[in-house]
Design a protein around this ligand. Structure first.
Ligand SMILES: [Zn+2]
Length: 286
């Protein structure tokens, strides 16, 4: 089913500068929160980016376990413009003997999702990159979270590595659940199928890597109406910052690269992707 993307707010006039939205960040990660971190405190970076003269309109702050979910929610409470997503990352399933049971810890927050500025379940999915992965465990947690997303009527943020076919098969079984395929690295054909199911594609710093030729080709061909920009910070910093601690301000590099790949003005890319983020998440302060 094609979901028409009717804007929920008026488009900015030519004289109004559109602001960026980073739809996938991890400010609960210890690379940001550890007191001994040598980089500029992340709180100063967010103060600047989401401040009145900042480049960003919003950030979706993504938790990876029920243990870092409260940090993520607390950070979202601190900054107007920051929102939260909660869930169990496929790679973090191994932290728990019974991760499906651990999901119950998310319910008190999900029961009051708006109040806690929770706009999605994430990040969730399958990661088969490492050979010793317990695939059955990951699958059970992913399915349980797709069911929770349907129950709470929340979209999902999908993480998939070396598991696209299986992720898409499971997504098909939950036609009422919409999602964003974070760090999309699949084909244009799979993207089109996801789009037909109401899904979006997340693009981040990888599209700036000269070696990521196939992903850059796919990014050039994807419909701008279905793209969300993201950083996945503190990881996956774009060129020329690759290897350093990433932050939401560097989402601009991805916007610039996408504009170049698609032959568009960068302001058009920023305007449309921010409109998409509003369409996909419900970004309204409680
Ligand atoms: Zn992530």
């Amino acid at each position: 089913m094609w979901c028409s993307s009717t804007p929920k707010r008026p488009l900015a006039s030519a004289s109004t500068k559109m602001k960026l939205i980073d739809t996938h960040a991890h400010y609960c990660d210890s690379w940001f929160t550890a007191p001994e971190t040598p980089e500029q405190p992340y709180t100063e970076i967010i103060d600047r980016l989401l401040g009145p003269d900042g480049e960003l309109e919003a950030i979706v702050n993504v938790a990876t376990t029920p243990d870092n979910a409260p940090i993520c929610i607390e950070q979202a409470r601190r900054w107007p413009g920051m929102y939260a997503a909660v869930g169990i990352h496929p790679c973090d399933c191994q932290l728990y003997a019974d991760p499906v049971a651990e999901l119950e810890r998310l319910r008190p927050w999900l029961d009051h999702a708006k109040e806690h500025k929770i706009v999605a379940l994430g990040e969730i999915g399958l990661d088969y990159h490492y050979p010793d992965t317990d695939r059955d465990k990951q699958r059970a947690v992913f399915i349980a979270q797709l069911e929770m997303a349907a129950e709470y009527d929340l979209p999902v943020i999908l993480h998939s590595r070396d598991a696209t076919g299986e992720c898409v098969d499971l997504i098909r079984q939950y036609p009422t659940v919409r999602g964003v395929f974070h760090a999309y690295g699949g084909s244009v054909e799979t993207a089109n199928e996801l789009i037909e199911h109401g899904w979006y594609l997340g693009l981040g710093g990888v599209i700036t890597f000269p070696s990521a030729k196939r992903i850059r080709r796919v990014a050039a061909a994807l419909p701008l109406e279905r793209i969300l920009l993201e950083t996945d910070c503190p990881y996956t910093a774009p060129e020329p910052y690759r290897g350093t601690r990433n932050h939401s301000g560097l989402v601009r590099r991805t916007a610039e690269e996408l504009a170049m790949l698609q032959g568009r003005e960068v302001e058009e890319v920023i305007g449309k992707t921010s409109e998409n983020a509003h369409e996909f998440f419900t970004l309204t302060e409680p």
